[in-house]
Design a protein around this ligand. Structure first.
Ligand code: GLC
Ligand code: MG
Length: 239
């Protein structure tokens, strides 16, 4: 893949996806201004789930796809899994222990997923149980990264995973050193990529956990929603 001068690294649900006409305006802007933008999708969904979203929403095919909240990376024209990253994800990863421990927390509803690249749950607005589960994971010495989003989703990931770690890996291995990047998100699982220190946008419709996030010099808070917020931030940073 030829490296492009710009990169849009964006979450999908609630960020790029949500307002089809705003998305068209953003894509049209890229087309009209004749700039080459590398498209990186960074989602909590698993591969099959994001593939169907891309089809249903008629999204442009990404150059790079990061799924499962950063636990898997797909590159090349054919979107094949990056094996170096996959190996890294296996280090200290023990989903069975996590599943066993979670069985002591009946309010954690396990999500049905096609693999154990991550172990995810939903809770009904119960932050307390999430804290207790996290405490138990630490006490049991189970290496992990816990991400809580939208007051509902609890993702347990390999310790060196997450959207921020995965995007850093992409920037190091698949991008121009001086690539002009914009990172976009709307909920808790986006925090660790939005805080890398690169130009970033929190879209106007973001969840409370992002509204409460600390500022940094390259963090832009859009008023427009979904892709409209990305467009607003793109004009702010790059025109
Ligand atoms: C997406 C995924 C879900 C995950 C959530 C938060 O909704 O489908 O599995 O828990 O993102 O990362
Ligand atoms: Mg989202």
């Amino acid at each position: 893949m030829r490296k492009k001068p710009y990169m849009l690294a964006t979450d999908l649900d609630g960020t790029l996806v949500g307002d089809p006409s705003a998305l068209q305006r953003l894509l049209q802007h890229y087309e009209n201004s004749n700039i080459e933008v590398e498209l990186v999708y960074i989602t909590g969904r698993h591969f099959a789930s994001v593939s169907s979203l891309i089809e249903i929403e008629n999204l442009p095919k990404p150059d790079i796809l990061i799924t499962d909240v950063g636990a898997a990376i797909y590159t090349t024209e054919k979107l094949t899994e990056d094996t170096t990253w996959a190996k890294k994800m296996h280090i200290n990863w023990n989903p069975e222990r996590i599943i066993k421990l979670a069985s002591f927390f009946p309010t954690l509803q396990r999500q049905t997923l096609p693999s154990t690249k991550r172990v995810s749950f939903t809770v009904d607005q119960n932050e307390e149980v999430v804290k207790q589960f996290e405490k138990a994971l630490v006490e049991e010495n189970i290496p992990h990264k816990l991400i809580f989003s939208s007051n509902r989703d609890v993702d347990i990931l390999p310790e060196n995973s997450g959207k921020g770690e995965a995007l850093s890996y992409i920037l190091q291995n698949y991008a121009n050193e001086d690539v002009k990047v914009l990172i976009a998100g709307d909920s808790g699982n986006d925090i660790d990529m939005l805080t890398l220190g690169h130009p970033s946008v929190i879209v106007g419709n973001a969840q409370l956990e992002l509204v409460q996030m600390k500022n940094h010099p390259y963090l832009y808070r859009a008023t427009e929603h979904f892709a409209g917020g990305i467009y607003e931030a793109w004009l702010h940073f790059y025109k």
